[in-house]
Design a protein around this ligand. Structure first.
Ligand code: TYD
Length: 206
C-alpha cells in the first residue's frame, strides 16, 4: 500500500507522520517512511538545486521537471522496492505537490503536468492520499512561529497569492479524486489530527 501525505507548508505533515508510522507498525505492518523532494542521494541533490536561493528566476517547467526527475529516481530506487517487499510506504509529498505547486501555483497547464507525470510515473499512483487542509492565514501564522527568516529557502519566500493558488489547486485535486483523497482539518489540535489519521488508516487497512 502506497500512502502519501499532502498539504501546504505549515499544515503539520511532519508532526503527523512519525506517530502514524508507529501506529501502522503496531498493527503488524512494516513501514517505509520517505519524503519528497529527496529520499535518495540523487533526489537529495536535485532538492538542493530546487531549494537554493538564487538571483535568477527558475522557469516553471524547469522547476516541475526537476521535481518530477527527483520523484522518478525516488520511485525506482526506493518506493517500488519497498512496495515489492510488501511494506507500507508513507511518502511526505508526491505527485500532487507538483500539480498543486507547479501546476496551480505557477500556472502550468494541469493537463500537461498530468500527462508528463503519467508518462514518467506510470501506474505508480498512491492508493491513499491524506490531505491536511489549512487556510492561508493559519498556515502563515504557523510558519512565522516556527521559522527564522534567515532559515527560509527559496520556496518558503513565495507570496500569498502563490500560496492561495496552491491551496486552491489542492482543493481541485480533492474534488477530482474523491476516492483517493481523505481530508483532515489541519487547524485542529495535533492529537485530533493524529486521531483522524488513525481512523482513516483503520478503514483502509481493515
Ligand atoms: P521542504 O523543505 O521539504 O518542505 P516541507 O517540509 O514543508 O514539505 O520543501 C519542499 C518544498 O517544495 C515545499 O515548499 C513544497 C515544494 N514542492 C513543490 O513545489 N513541488 C513538488 O513537487 C514537491 C514535492 C515539493
Amino acid at each position: 500500500m502506497f500512502i502519501t501525505i499532502e498539504g501546504i507548508d505549515g499544515g503539520g505533515k511532519t508532526t503527523l507522520i512519525e506517530p502514524l508510522k508507529k501506529y501502522i507498525e503496531k498493527k503488524g505492518y512494516e513501514v517505509f517512511l520517505t519524503r519528497e523532494p529527496g529520499g535518495t542521494a540523487i533526489s537529495e541533490e536535485i532538492r538542493t538545486i530546487l531549494l537554493k536561493k538564487r538571483p535568477e528566476k527558475i522557469d516553471g517547467w524547469t522547476e516541475a521537471l526537476l521535481f518530477i526527475a527527483s520523484r522518478k529516481q525516488h520511485l525506482s530506487e526506493a518506493i517500488i522496492p519497498a512496495l515489492k517487499a510488501n511494506k507500507i510506504v508513507i511518502c511526505d509529498r508526491y505527485m500532487d505537490s507538483t500539480t498543486a505547486y507547479q501546476g496551480a501555483g505557477r500556472g502550468l497547464k494541469l493537463d500537461d503536468i498530468d500527462e508528463v507525470q503519467n508518462i514518467v510515473l506510470g501506474e505508480h499512483k498512491p492508493d491513499l492520499t491524506i490531505y491536511l487542509d489549512l487556510n492561508l492565514q493559519s498556515a502563515n501564522q504557523r510558519i512565522n512561529h516556527r521559522r527564522d527568516v534567515d532559515d527560509a529557502n527559496r520556496l518558503d519566500e513565495e507570496n500569498n497569492e502563490y500560496k492561495q493558488k496552491v491551496i486552491d489547486g489542492y482543493h481541485d485535486l480533492v474534488q477530482k479524486y474523491p476516492n483517493r483523497f481523505k481530508v483532515i482539518d489541519a487547524s485542529l489540535s495535533k492529537e485530533e489530527v493524529i486521531n483522524q489519521a488513525k481512523m482513516i488508516i483503520d478503514q483502509v487497512l481493515k
